[in-house]
Unconditional design. Structure first.
Length: 250
């Protein structure tokens, strides 16, 4: 599936529509919009999204609403594996937001050919969940970033591979996913982090703190002025392969 295309799936009265919008940023660069350089959804990621759409809790979570959407900012490593996701527009329903995270973490994108093997990049993935009669009216417009939510800076990489992978956790072959609720000041500094889902490893949880405390944020705004804001971020610590770019850094 190419960027800019719409993936629509219908299961009885249930539809899910997925868009990958045209924002791609290699590590260390400023965001650019070039349709020829964008990542693509792999068949595996498309299938994962389909599987999530079968979850009966999603329809129940909407409490009678026929449409909901979330917007994720995704960091993928040089192999195309999604290792971080930030919610930059909430659906308004915690179960829907969690389904958005669950659908993408650890899945692969097809990174652009221009990416160096050791680098990663950012893309934004809007997911529209459409149910019932509203599905027949066509695809709604993709959600836009919420200015009241501070956003990770798209020009900077996240340090989730060796040598940043904790040595003790690496030696013990520990991996896992952490979810954090992050408070960001009006200056773009991280004021506080609360872990709402642990990796199960104390050392990896500390590494989650370190990775986000060191990451630059664009602050939230209200009426055009920077303000304090909060956001949810999910990180994946996956053991590096013996042949991939992470192994080359060991």
């Amino acid at each position: 599936m190419k960027v800019g295309e719409v993936l629509s799936m219908r299961f009885g009265q249930r539809w899910m529509m997925i868009f990958l919008i045209a924002i791609h940023c290699p590590a260390g660069a400023q965001p650019t919009v070039n349709p020829n350089d964008l990542a693509q959804l792999t068949p595996q990621l498309s299938q994962r999204l389909k599987v999530e759409s079968f979850n009966p809790m999603l329809r129940k979570a909407l409490r009678g609403a026929e449409h909901s959407a979330c917007l994720l900012s995704l960091w993928y490593n040089g192999e195309g594996t999604i290792q971080a996701a930030q919610l930059i527009r909430t659906s308004g329903f915690p179960a829907i937001d969690q389904a958005c995270f669950a659908a993408v973490m650890g899945e692969k994108l097809k990174p652009p050919a221009l990416i160096q093997p050791e680098l990663g990049g950012w893309v934004r993935l809007p997911i529209n969940w459409v149910f019932g009669r509203k599905a027949d009216s066509g695809a709604p417009p993709p959600p836009q970033p919420d200015p009241s939510i501070p956003a990770l800076h798209l020009g900077d990489p996240l340090d989730l591979l060796p040598p940043y992978y904790p040595e003790g956790a690496l030696a013990r072959r520990e991996s896992g996913v952490c979810k954090m609720h992050v408070t960001v000041s009006s200056a773009g500094d991280v004021d506080a982090i609360e872990i709402s889902q642990s990796t199960g490893s104390a050392e990896l949880d500390r590494a989650c703190f370190d990775a986000i405390y060191d990451a630059p944020f664009v602050p939230a705004t209200r009426e055009g002025k920077p303000v304090l804001g909060t956001t949810d971020v999910v990180l994946l610590w996956r053991l590096p392969s013996s042949t991939g770019p992470a192994a080359a850094q060991r």
